[in-house]
Design a protein around this ligand. Structure first.
Ligand code: F6R
Length: 258
């Protein structure tokens, strides 16, 4: 496939670290800096947040900064990338539950400022919910920073291979590899939901800053494709190559093939 995308090969060099802990601390500090800067300006800090294994140590470090270094979340407004569909918000594998456990229950963020896509309602209400999710992000002036992980198939959020680059928040079908990767947590592949609500690639690209964190050997192959491969919606993260405001934060294992 030929396309007219212009790659930012110089700007998009990854920042690499010896291990995941260092990469996560660096990422947490970037987020903390933004929160503090916005506090000085008397403004909200609008964070786009991710779930999964990758950001866990970032959240742990943010909690430490809150407890030990006075980092307040009083001005933070958060929007999560995605949520399985259907799943109850109190299900222990829902992303609402994950975020409460990993971050929100441990910091002083205001409950009304937390947004995780809800998915415990019927299909006919989803389209309206998705429109409202986008509107709320816009209402706060857009995302100041979007934290991303990456799927082994190149997905960002749950924008799976084949997603349109101009997509917005919507109901998506999960790719077989995504479901396979989630199977150990759910116990069996059969129990992994087939769908999810995900913010779109367009929504992600509108964020003022993007931090893509990739850790471990199992992300090395896809990181090489995402950073140096063709820009194609078969590797959704590859679109980030065109953007000047993306920082890739990798540990040495994830950076092995770069
Ligand atoms: C999570 C998300 C996904 C994950 C990706 C990597 O909210 O949107 O794109 O970031 O699947 O997952 P882990 O970090 O578990 O390897």
């Amino acid at each position: 496939m030929h396309n007219n995308y212009i790659k930012n090969t110089i700007l998009n060099r990854p920042t690499t670290f010896t291990n995941g802990e260092q990469a996560s601390t660096y990422t947490a500090n970037k987020i903390a800096e933004l929160i503090r800067q916005k506090q000085k300006e008397g403004k909200p800090a609008v964070l786009g947040l991710a779930t999964g294994n990758t950001p866990k140590l970032v959240y742990k470090e943010l909690i430490r900064l809150h407890r030990e270094e006075d980092l307040s979340f009083h001005n933070v407004v958060s929007f999560n990338l995605d949520e399985y569909y259907p799943i109850g918000t109190d299900h222990h594998l829902s992303y609402t539950y994950f975020m409460a456990e990993q971050l929100f229950n441990h910091v002083d963020i205001k409950k009304q400022n937390v947004h995780v896509p809800h998915s415990d309602f019927s299909q006919d209400r989803i389209a309206q919910f998705c429109i409202e999710y986008e509107q709320k992000i816009a209402c706060f002036g857009g995302l100041d920073i979007q934290l991303l992980g990456i799927g082994r198939n190149g997905h960002i959020g749950f924008n799976e291979p084949g997603s349109d680059f101009d997509s917005k928040t919507r109901l998506v079908n999960l790719h077989p590899l995504t479901r396979e990767d989630a199977a150990p947590e759910f116990g069996e592949l059969h129990d992994v939901p087939h769908q999810a609500i995900s913010i779109g690639i367009h929504t992600i690209m509108q964020a003022k800053n993007i931090l893509l964190l990739a850790l471990g050997e199992r992300k090395s192959e896809i990181m090489s494709k995402a950073l140096h491969g063709e820009i194609t919606n078969q590797v959704p993260a590859s679109i980030l190559q065109t953007m000047p405001h993306v920082e890739y934060v990798l540990d040495n294992e994830a950076a092995r093939l770069i």
